[in-house]
Design a binder for this molecule. Structure first.
Ligand SMILES: [Zn+2]
Ligand SMILES: [Zn+2]
Length: 243
């Protein structure tokens, strides 16, 4: 199985990532990826971009060096009500939005509070993906998060970087989530969470774990261009119905 899209990419605009978008696209082309999503951290991340960064993404081309370029964000869930650090007016202008909990932008909570925050964030019509839900620093009731993802027809991410260095101790949680995904037939996306060009399209650990857990290729939306666009088109329709 070869994954063709990586939507979880950070550029120098995130403040703690080290490659330009050009460098990322060159790396993606060299690896044979078809689609790249730029998803810098939301504005409440220290050193992260201002809202202006997201408001001006329209100057970027839709395609560059043969790669389809999507413009997105990894917004921060900032409270237990699942509010994000990006207003709807900005989210509306993006091709997609991912949302996740990050230590410095979220107060920290109980399993109940974290679960509720994630489910509420997913209920935001502009959120397409919930990132790294297996982070042991913010434990959740995975069954409820997956049930909400299925109800709302959204995907959760299995984050490759969580399995090779970031968010230590993630393996057990991510593995459990992967097994639940296999059992329930939920849809997921695998993201590299690259903060440097060499990591763009790096999916190996997450893919290995998902396959061992019995997740089928058709459950992974970035496993084919057809599946990927079908998901984004469906989300696009849902967004237009809610706006
Ligand atoms: Zn980051
Ligand atoms: Zn993140």
């Amino acid at each position: 199985m070869k994954l063709i899209a990586d939507l979880h990419i950070h550029t120098i605009a995130s403040g703690h990532a080290y490659s330009t978008l050009e460098e990322i696209l060159a790396a993606a082309a060299a690896k044979g990826l078809k689609i790249i999503g730029t998803a810098d951290h939301g504005p409440s991340m220290p050193g992260g971009p201002d809202l202006y960064h997201f408001g001006n993404l329209r100057v970027l081309p839709e395609e560059w060096r043969g790669i389809r370029l999507l413009k997105g964000v990894e917004a921060n869930i900032v409270d237990y009500a699942g509010n994000l650090d990006m207003p709807e007016t900005y989210l509306k202008k993006l091709d997609y939005a991912m949302a996740g909990i990050h230590a410095i932008c979220y107060p920290g909570g109980t399993v109940e509070q974290n679960t509720r925050a994630m489910v509420r964030a997913m209920e935001n019509p502009y959120v397409d993906v919930i990132v790294h839900p297996g982070n042991p620093e913010f434990p959740i009731e995975a069954e409820r998060v997956l049930a909400a993802a299925r109800r709302l027809e959204k995907v959760i991410e299995i984050n490759n970087s969580s399995l090779c260095g970031s968010r230590k101790g993630s393996f057990a949680n991510c593995n459990r989530i992967a097994h639940l995904v296999a059992e329930t037939g939920a849809q997921i996306i695998i993201g590299s969470d690259a903060h440097f060009s060499a990591d763009v399209g790096r999916f190996d650990d997450a893919l290995k774990m998902c396959q061992a857990a019995g997740v089928k290729e058709e459950q992974i939306i970035n496993s084919s261009e057809e599946r990927f666009w079908a998901y984004l088109e469906k989300r696009c329709k849902q967004k237009s119905l809610s706006s």
